[in-house]
Design a binder for this molecule. Structure first.
Ligand code: ADP
Length: 344
């Protein structure tokens, strides 16, 4: 550049002094822009580049799935970057690059946090499943061993051991069915919704469950404020499971001669379905947790009745797929009421 400039100045006949001054000014300008370029651009880009390297190293040197270590490493990089905000603010383009890097980093940390929670939940779920499976399997094994050790010839006990083994196999089946249901709901989120007549639908379910309620000597009735023509919108098969789970619980947790009512009423846009009983009720402190997987208020009582502890979490899941929520009101010793709505 300077040589070119000198060449032009000589051609146009400039004096030596002018040429000298122009060369000095150009040199100063060149040195200043070199320093500026280094400070403003190269140093900042170098810094960002080093941080990106640190991010990739964090991923390389941590054990796979060790989310804690990765999150700590990335948080350290994030803190270093955010502390340098003022330094990057002087150049618009580089500041934009810096902000994008911070955004991406925050997103990665968020994703890792979610993955960490999933991992904890999965481990907890597996632990619960193993625990639930162990008891019935152990009882079946013990009953069969006792029978084989000679009890089979003892008429006073052999039937008891066989019945105990049989009842535990039913419990196992129920648990496995509920697990399959949960896993299907989680992997295959598809539901096929259509309009159906809600009163007819509920009456059919009540007929199916009448044997169960008769055995327990509880009265199961439908209290409908809607006409036969009233329709609800949803996946009939899955909603049937919701009502069966809720009525089944109501039967389980209501004493003999109790009463269970399925209520139907209508609002402007929805049908409200309620299942109420005058059974044992649920303590206030337990109410927020009853929809969690494997949560039981009275552990021994529920297991003895064959409960898997998954019924209400399946109910909640299915209603979420219908964008509906389930409400519960309960008073110990007085009874419980579950309620949800469906578009009509
Ligand atoms: P379970 O298989 O144990 O019944 P659920 O998920 O269906 O599991 O219910 C969770 C817990 O909520 C039950 O263990 C029980 O303590 C309580 N519960 C559910 N429905 C009722 C009800 N209608 N009356 C009293 N307690 C209930």
């Amino acid at each position: 550049m300077i040589l070119l400039l000198t060449f032009f100045l000589i051609i146009f006949g400039s004096t030596q002094e002018v040429i000298f001054v122009v060369i000095i000014i150009s040199l100063v300008f060149f040195i200043l822009s070199f320093v500026f370029f280094n400070l403003e651009i190269t140093d900042k880009l170098d810094f960002l580049n080093n941080q990106i390297k640190e991010i990739t190293e964090t991923d390389k040197f941590t054990i796979e799935n060790n989310f804690e270590e990765k999150i700590t490493g990335l948080n350290k990089v994030l803190a270093e970057l955010t502390a340098k905000e003022k330094y990057f603010k002087t150049n618009r383009e580089i500041f934009e690059l810096y902000n994008n890097l911070i955004l991406t980093l925050k997103r990665i940390i968020n994703e890792l946090n979610t993955a960490k929670i999933f991992k904890i939940n999965r481990n907890e779920f597996l632990g619960n499943v193993t625990h639930e499976l162990r008891t019935p399997i152990f009882t079946i094994q013990l009953s069969l061993e006792t029978l084989l050790d000679g009890a089979i010839k003892d008429d006073s006990v052999n039937m008891d051991f066989l019945k105990r083994a049989l009842s535990q196999t039913s419990r196992l089946r129920e648990l496995v069915d509920d697990l399959i249901n949960i896993s299907r709901l989680e992997t295959d989120m598809k539901i096929s919704k259509r309009y159906f007549e809600i009163l007819f639908f509920v009456n059919n379910i009540v007929n199916e469950l009448s044997e169960l309620s008769k055995n327990k000597k509880v009265k199961l009735t439908v209290e409908s404020e809607v006409s036969e023509k009233t329709r609800a919108f949803g996946d009939e098969e899955r909603l049937k499971q919701v009502i069966i789970n809720l009525v089944d619980n109501a039967i389980k947790y209501t004493n003999e001669d109790g009463e269970i009512k399925i209520g139907l009423r209508k609002t402007d846009k929805d049908v409200i379905i309620s299942i109420s009983d005058n059974g044992v009720g649920i303590p206030k402190d337990d109410l927020p947790r009853i929809f969690e997987r494997f949560y039981r208020v009275d552990k021994t009582r529920s297991r003895d009745m064959g409960g898997s502890g998954l019924g209400l979490s399946i109910v909640k899941h299915i209603l979420e797929l219908h964008k509906s929520t389930i409400k519960v009101e309960s008073e110990e010793g007085k009874g419980t009421k579950f309620e949800f709505n469906l578009p009509s």
